[in-house]
Design a protein around this ligand. Sequence first.
Ligand code: GCU
Length: 420
Amino acid sequence: MRLPTMLCAASVLAAAAAFAQRPGFNYDEAKVPSYKLPNPLAFNNGEPVRSPADWTNRRRAEVLALFAEHVYGRAPARPEELHFDLLEQDDNALDGKARRKQAAVYFTADKQGPRMELLLYLPPETAKPVPVFLAPNFGGNHTIHPDPAIRLSTSWMRAQGAGVVDHRATEASRGTSAGRWAVDKILERGYGLATVYYGDIDPDFDDGFQNGVHQLDASRDSGSWGSLAAWAWGLSRALDYLETDADIDSGRVALMGHSRLGKAALWAGAADERFAIVISNDSGCGGAALSRRRFGETVKRINTSFPHWFNDNFTAYNDNEDALPVDQHMLLALIAPRPLYVAGAKEDLWADPNGEFLSAMHAGAVYELLGEKGLGVARRPAVEQPIMNTVGYHLRKGKHDVTEYDWLRYLDFADMHWGR
Ligand code: GCU
């Protein structure tokens, strides 16, 4: 009799912890409202999408435009003046385990203008170009590894966390997020890792779109890019650099993002078909999770807490999700037929792991039309029982985070798709 009582008490405590964080949101599957998802395989005029060519030549562009217009916002093209400088290279970095490169990506002709820095670790013996994971970071490139040679970010930082004083990083923040970056494992398995700091692209606060790359685009309206679209745009500019680097197999770049950067990675992967694999880690609302479920974070809540993330049109769907012309399974479908991996965490109810799974499952209709398998299952697998088809999925135990477990699955997924 004691055990069930204890289990019950533990689950009440766990639920209380989740609710204590953000009261007033639904974490109960039984209370998810009934909803009807828009059909990715029907044109805006209602006609059915019948063939792969219908999707590839016409419907895909419609869905992309719907997300740009109603959710993330339209971004400009690659600037003509975009250019790069290799700032540093060491072929004997990390005690001989890596070749390190650091490059500046200038978004305009002006080297004092908006720019980002890209950090690259490659396996040291690169006889031929290597596939790379590109993943944006939250705290500056210098936080992903204690390596003292990583250039300390001088960009705006959130004024929280170790080693951040007055919105600038100090040495104390070096390596502070290393636990989220399986650098050794990535290199051991023969991949490179490229990262950029998201604050270089656009500082993450609401300033009326004056700073970061938004300053490159003077003509704003309610459909213009928010910060998620700006970060996504920056990831495409990172890929522009990778295409110029002879050490990199730029046809094999796997884009991975966590949380808000998972949302950005999905939008980048949807909008830019050069990304060969797209991976969403705990991306939640506005990422992989279905908006209509209203489980955990909602459209209204995300637009209220983060008014700068989406375009202004998206606020029309606050408490009005059923009016959205899209849902997030259609964002995932924009990745098709390329491999896509969606990962959630059991305790990360705020991000609605079940909604992330269902979204990946429903994207399967487009994968199947294009002759790929999609997820290939109709029920969410058990914790840490990954599924890997053209669409992959796992539910990790634990909380909102990126762990070695996640990275090892992404490496397995890339090995599987790239025959390594
Ligand atoms: C908040 C936000 C999420 C986001 C997360 C993050 O929790 O509500 O939507 O994913 O921050 O980026 O860390």
